[in-house]
Write a new protein. Structure first.
Length: 288
């Protein structure tokens, strides 16, 4: 009798699992669908140039990207003045869900003090863009100090726009330890980035690209300085990948239009070219 009851209990448990499992799968799929409905169709690619560069810094890159992308992207450029006012040029087409937006600064000088100010000005421009275009997720690209500005912004200021989420960040030759070639000495810039790293979005995917003419430097930024990015992003974001590009056109100023890097941007940053699996992962991120 006891053995018979045991088999009945096991059969009942199996039937319960058979009934509940499809319901569980449906509920999980429904939750994902509900989350996805909160994502705007527009997801701009926002670019920030490095020191001494204007809002025109990425013109060659945008031209190269336009040669093979499935659709033409509109371009909007912003220059943030030192008083926080913004000058605009270009426009975003009504049917463009992935426009290119370039944010430059009237004070585009180098140095930690200016980079700190530029992160604040980036926040000013970013909030103005969100207010105007009503997007709630985006992709980011930064060349040289532009990558530092983005990192500071994500650590300290993105929280000012709590309903907006970043999907991916790509930095190109960003000197996380400034001009230092040391593998041990830490600059004040790195210390600040490291101090606030817990503010980085946990769901973020980061690609850090280093260019090397001689495997130690791109002629301006030491490879060791780019490599310091791993100490900031690892264990703080969902994915961190460092990529080294060598060969022709790997001097610091040539990197944004380097053919290999253009290909990496097209492959890993532009949503229209991301593999379906990656697009689905992006679409499943929670929008609060």
């Amino acid at each position: 009798m006891l053995k018979r009851n045991w088999w009945c209990w096991l059969l009942g448990l199996g039937l319960l699992v058979a009934v509940c499992w499809p319901a569980y799968n449906w509920s999980q799929a429904n939750i994902k669908t509900l989350k996805n409905t909160g994502r705007t169709r527009m997801a701009p690619v926002i670019m920030v140039p490095g020191s001494s560069a204007s809002q025109n810094r990425f013109d060659s890159l945008i031209t190269e990207l336009g040669k093979e992308t499935p659709q033409k992207h509109s371009v909007l450029k912003l220059t943030v003045e030192t008083d926080g006012s913004i000058k605009y040029s270009g426009s975003i087409a009504a049917n463009d869900n992935e426009p290119f937006i370039v944010i430059g600064f009237a004070n585009n000088r180098d140095g930690k003090a200016n980079i700190d100010k530029q992160a604040v000005w980036l926040n000013t421009a970013f909030k103005a863009l969100v207010k105007t275009y009503h997007f709630n997720h985006f992709y980011a690209l930064g060349h040289s100090n532009g990558g530092l500005i983005w990192t500071l912004f994500l650590e300290r200021y993105l929280k000012d726009s709590p309903k907006v989420h970043i999907d991916r960040l790509m930095t190109i030759a960003s000197p996380y330890n400034m001009e230092s070639t040391s593998t041990t000495a830490k600059t004040s810039m790195f210390k600040e980035l490291y101090q606030y790293r817990s503010g980085l979005p946990r769901s973020l995917t980061v690609y850090s690209i280093a260019g090397t003419e001689n495997y130690t430097s791109d002629g301006t930024v030491p490879y060791n300085s780019v490599n310091y990015g791993k100490y900031i992003f690892q264990d703080q974001v969902k994915h961190f990948t460092e990529i080294t590009v060598t060969g022709a056109n790997t001097a610091h100023s040539d990197l944004p239009q380097n053919k290999q890097i253009v290909s990496l941007i097209r492959q890993y940053l532009l949503a229209e070219n991301l593999p379906n699996k990656i697009r689905q992962q992006n679409a499943q991120r929670v929008q609060n």
